[in-house]
Design a protein around this ligand. Structure first.
Ligand code: PDD
Length: 278
């Protein structure tokens, strides 16, 4: 399997993580996951814009231009021969003897890898799946796509242990987002999702729904907080994300959402999303 270290091709079996990489020791870094369809990156510009924002929030120098990062993505696609897949990119602050404060004159370190993902929608996407409402135990800067994912990892496992696909997190009574996805509900034909804030990641898929798909469908989306009871009483619910795309959540905590099937609005959003892929 091929990867890139600071833009240079490597084999993933090589040991690329030095002991004193701050990503390794502190989770001091950021990442992006971008889908590849038919040999092309999907919405790469939105991912790179978000990457730059995450870096800026952590005062990590950007180092690479958009054009360079696009080239690296293309190189991975070409060298791997993977036409449908996902590219993982991470940038850590760099390598320095362990000390909490930001070191000076440290060079950020970029690693990337690609893996195949089937372009064909799986059962979850077609038939819907189960969600579990769980406490949001993460930190207060969920808007940064940082490498610190222990809260997300623990939440996902809690959902898996309960036989559910995704954990839908609840903080102070309000539903925030999935462990690796954003969360939407449909109530009286209107879509609701948590407002952009430090409590959620602004998903690229969420942005595409808000800015492209909803206007096209004439669907109103309100960015407004809602509670657990509101979600359970919704007509439809779904999650959105790079890997998930649009996944209908047809049961919450073992109770059917709406009539327990994939709702018509969710299906329309899903079809419109797939229509964006060329
Ligand atoms: N996760 N919220 C969280 C906490 C996420 O980790 C993600 C993405 C999203 C959706 O963002 P986007 O639409 O840009 O993928 C929302 C990635 C895919 C991951 O960790 O693998």
């Amino acid at each position: 399997p091929v990867g890139l270290l600071d833009g240079k091709l490597i084999d993933l079996s090589e040991n690329v993580v030095p002991m004193e990489d701050r990503g390794h020791q502190f989770g001091d870094g950021v990442y992006e996951v971008t889908r590849v369809y038919n040999g092309h990156c999907f919405a790469l510009k939105l991912h790179v814009d978000r990457l730059y924002r995450s870096l800026r929030e952590l005062s990590i120098p950007a180092v690479y231009t958009y054009e360079e990062l696009a080239e690296f993505h293309d190189l991975l696609i070409k060298e791997s021969g993977i036409a449908d897949g996902a590219i993982y990119l991470q940038i850590t602050r760099g390598i320095y003897p362990r000390a909490h404060g930001f070191p000076e004159n440290v060079v950020p370190r970029l690693t990337m890898s690609i893996r195949p993902v089937s372009a064909a929608p799986d059962k979850n996407k077609l038939e819907g799946t189960k969600g579990l409402l769980i406490p949001d135990e993460r930190w207060l800067r969920c808007d940064i796509k940082s490498l610190n994912l222990l809260g997300n990892v623990m939440g996902k496992q809690k959902a898996k242990d309960a036989g559910c696909f995704e954990g839908i997190q609840v903080r102070d009574g309000f539903v925030t987002e999935g462990t690796s996805s954003n969360f939407f509900v449909i109530k009286d034909g209107v879509a609701w999702t948590h407002p952009k804030s430090n409590l959620i990641l602004t998903g690229v898929t969420r942005t595409l729904i808000m800015e492209k798909i909803a206007p096209e469908l004439g669907l109103i989306v309100v960015e407004k907080k809602f509670d657990e009871a509101f979600a359970k009483a919704a007509e439809e619910t779904f999650i959105s994300g790079t890997n998930s795309e649009i996944v209908p959540i047809v049961a919450l905590n073992g109770q059917p959402v709406g009539n327990g099937g994939v709702g018509p609005i969710t299906r329309k959003i899903q079809d419109a999303y797939w229509a964006l892929i060329d």
